[in-house]
Design a protein around this ligand. Sequence first.
Ligand code: NAD
Length: 362
Amino acid sequence: MISRRNFIKQSGLVAASSVFPIPDFLRPKPSRKLGVALVGLGYYSRDLLAPALQLTSYCELRGIVTGTPSKIPVWQAKYGIADKNVYNYENMYQLANNDDIDIVYIVLPNALHKKYSIIGAEAGKHVWCEKPMATTARDCKAMIASCEKNKVQLTIGYRMQHEPVTRKIIQMAKSKPFGDFKKLKAEAGFYNRGGDGSHWKLHPELGGGAMFDMGVYPLNAVRYATQMEPVSVSARIENSRPELFRVDETTFFELEFPNGVMAQCKTSFAESINHLKIDCSSGWYELQPFQSYSGVQGRTSSGKSFSPFSGNQQAKQMDDDSLAIIQNQSPMVPGEEGLRDIIIVESIFKSAQTGGARISLL
Ligand code: NAD
């Protein structure tokens, strides 16, 4: 007998023959939505992903993996999750026997992404993993290898790459309406009060720090806005609250792109910043905010403005990624994209530790 998962994989092969992207109104209506299990039920799962999964057309929330038993009845009552689709971190591998679940979405502290992505892939489930992909390039490569071996997709939750206003900026890297790139500025941060100091985002062992948390937004943005890869990087870290932060509080990094194009980037747990600006030879354009959950908007030097997207970013991301699975096409943000950022992050930390030395990325 053919399992539902294999049916989706096989039927997807037929659709993969399509060469042209399918407009929204022609997108196929699914006979059954893909089942998503959220792994980790903290802030982002609770406040953003689970509500967004009530709005998606191609996938739905069908399972949970949690280490906190008290959350189970709350989530089951709110989202109608069946008893057989509830797991903990120890028995999560048993997802292999559950055809209700097609996708595991890893929404855990950053240093745990690798372990649970691989458990999901070994169980034969497609893996969606939150940003940053992992805390070392080695872990990213292990995740990619496991997903390849198990013939499942691996997608990183870089929601901005799905966001329609951001997609216009990505498009402008090709159309170049203001000529060649000259310089870029990208900054993302928020004031992290630190609380009692126990949260994993303050601890290096779990992948905390501003660079992993918020810094991947400006890093990813200058790469997607130019559609180029940086050739070198230099960086420095400032820490105004060393008693609270054993991780980077503010990281400045300067990326050099081909043709001498420079990108000045900053990320911080000490101030609220959210800006992407692209200076070109005959004008400029910018997004402010460029990475908020809604209201991403911008303008150009010629007076044009980009109005905000009225839809739900996370629902759009998860529908795009579900369609890639159903149609057996490459996801918009595959594991290799997450790996590229983490290779650069490793050089950012290396540069900061060596007094801001410029490090080649070639
Ligand atoms: P959170 O602290 O609110 O939730 C983390 C969850 O992991 C909690 O439920 C916690 O119980 C669980 N957990 C399991 N093992 C743990 C351990 N050993 N130590 C600590 N917690 C453990 O964090 P969050 O803000 O939901 O972030 C989770 C992931 O989502 C991170 O990778 C983060 O970067 C990402 N995120 C992405 C976005 C986005 O816009 N794409 C936004 C927020 C968070």
